[in-house]
Design a protein around this ligand. Sequence first.
Ligand code: SAM
Length: 282
Amino acid sequence: MNQFGTLYIVATPLGHLQDMSWRAVEILQTVHLIAAEDTRHSLPLLQHYSIKTPTISLHAHNEAERIEQLQKRLQQGESIALISDAGTPLISDPGFLLVRKIREVGIKVVPIPGPCAAISALCVGGLPTDRFVFEGFLPQRSALRQTRLAQLVLEERTLIFYEAPHRILVFLKELQTVFGQNRPAVIARELTKIFETILTGTLLQLYEKVEEDKNQQRGEIVVLVAGKPKNNEEEITAEITRILTILLAECSLKQAVDITAKLTAFKKNHIYEIALKMQKTV
Ligand code: SAM
């Protein structure tokens, strides 16, 4: 049996110090080393819980270099905890490269679960929670953002985004362009903190509220967008018919059905039945 140490992935509060789990405190007190996204940022939390364990930085810019060093220490039998500035490490935070490598070399990785802004927002937003998609931060470059959003047009699951406060208004505009003004959405701001606010409404209503109240353009923000409503039978048939009309003038029935299925994600059998009916009526 090897004598390797364990890498713990420890969630820490989003803002409220009491959201730390007992187990998280115990692990941080007893490991040999804490790898923190920003050691200075984590200091008040560690002091609050009398955690005197040595810390080392592990952030987006040094993660790749740190891996070898941490791997060596784990292989020598030391245990290490990874924490980020807030919430769950690896969720829009560093740690993925480390975890992948440490698992590859056969060292145990153990989660110490706790706060996560995405899940906290989802739980209070009032949008469906049975199926959801975490998109995190969109790319900063406008063209890349548009592409990513365009890929989500047909998404039926609740969408979860992280966004910086100074971009929230622009983001709400971009969302309206892609999903329409009437799509239900939620802005969850400053969760677990003094100015915690949950705003609900359509994308247009939220835009108006945030534009009017500058306070809503401050702090940390999660945006939820309801998934695409399921089309009713009539709308589906109309959409399929519209596309098939164009395609049947250009290609074979099979090709037209295949392309329509790809474009719409509707069932091929259903598209085929409509195509046959259309051919009979010509
Ligand atoms: N690892 C964190 C987690 O588990 O949610 C996320 C870290 S990411 C660098 C920071 C982003 O998470 C913020 O820009 C915001 O979108 C979201 N966030 C973090 N804390 C939040 C809070 N208290 N309220 C709302 N959103 C928060």
